[in-house]
Ligand binder design. Structure first.
Ligand SMILES: O=C(O)C(=O)[C@@H](O)CO
Ligand SMILES: [Mg+2]
Length: 258
């Protein structure tokens, strides 16, 4: 049975961010993920996790100026120093929370030429080496161009090639089933092929990004396949509930009682 992690950025929006930890624990989640903890101190985030008996599955490194439209720094020319500083910040939060994996966002980049690829690879190598000293994995996630036009990492094979070329034991793939289906389809075969490099999985319905099992894919079949493939990591519930978060959790009971 996959270990589900509530995504506190998308779920439990009925309450303020810091209250979502208790809300998730109350309905039985034992793990959570979120995009960015950086509006709060590392100590406060660590406390909320411990108070509620929650394991942090994942969060993202600082993405640059999100409000201004930035979506990560790793592939951006001229931002290397800022990227390195963002690694330090993320590792401070990692030490305080005990998270074992951090998502590095590539950024929006109009070019995917050799220079941009080299910058991206240098950034990832730096992040892997710094995080590796703390036993932390770095994950990279292809994101579909409909949701994030211009995002540099928009292809699963490019992500797999990057991971293979850098050959760092702590560099892995964040396989978001929602993005995979929109970018390429062929989800089941991709899970089987890419399982050796998968470090984190996320799920939502396609195309609306709501509760699993409400869209075009057989999500229960995909979740069962993760077990068959021996996946022992977390499955982040990165979806926008159609209505009330708790009222929408019936899909999880249905899956568990199969
Ligand atoms: O959008 C997603 O999918 C994510 O997993 C985020 O971390 C990136 O915005
Ligand atoms: Mg995702």
């Amino acid at each position: 049975m996959p270990q589900f992690a509530a995504n506190l950025t998308m779920m439990f929006n009925e309450v303020a961010f810091l209250e979502r930890f208790a809300a998730a624990a109350m309905v039985g989640f034992t793990a959570v993920e979120f995009l960015f903890p950086y509006d709060h101190t590392p100590e406060v985030i660590g406390e909320r996790l411990r108070e509620n008996g929650l394991t942090p599955a994942l969060f993202n490194m600082p993405p640059g100026n999100w409000q201004a439209g930035e979506r990560g720094l790793a592939a951006l020319d001229g931002r290397q120093n800022e990227f390195r500083a963002s690694v330090d910040v993320a590792l401070r939060y990692a030490r305080s929370t005990g998270v074992r994996r951090l998502h590095v966002m590539s950024g929006l980049a109009s070019r995917k030429d050799a220079a941009a690829v080299a910058i991206y690879r240098n950034s990832l190598t730096y992040a892997c080496d710094q995080a590796g000293a703390d036993g932390i994995d770095i994950v990279i996630e292809p994101i579909n161009p409909r949701d994030m036009p211009g995002y540099f990492l928009n292809d699963f094979d490019f992500a797999a090639d990057t991971i293979s070329a850098l050959d760092r034991p702590n560099l892995k793939l964040q396989f978001d089933i929602y993005h995979r289906q929109i970018i390429h389809g062929d989800v089941l075969t991709a899970l089987r092929r890419l399982m050796p490099i998968i470090g984190h999985v996320q799920i939502a319905s396609v195309p609306l990004r709501n509760e699993p099992a409400t869209g075009e894919l057989d999500d229960f079949r995909l979740l069962r396949e993760l077990d068959i493939l021996g996946y022992k990591g977390f499955v982040g519930c990165e979806y926008r509930p159609v209505g009330n978060t708790v009222a929408g959790l019936g899909w999880m009971d249905a899956f568990r009682s199969q």
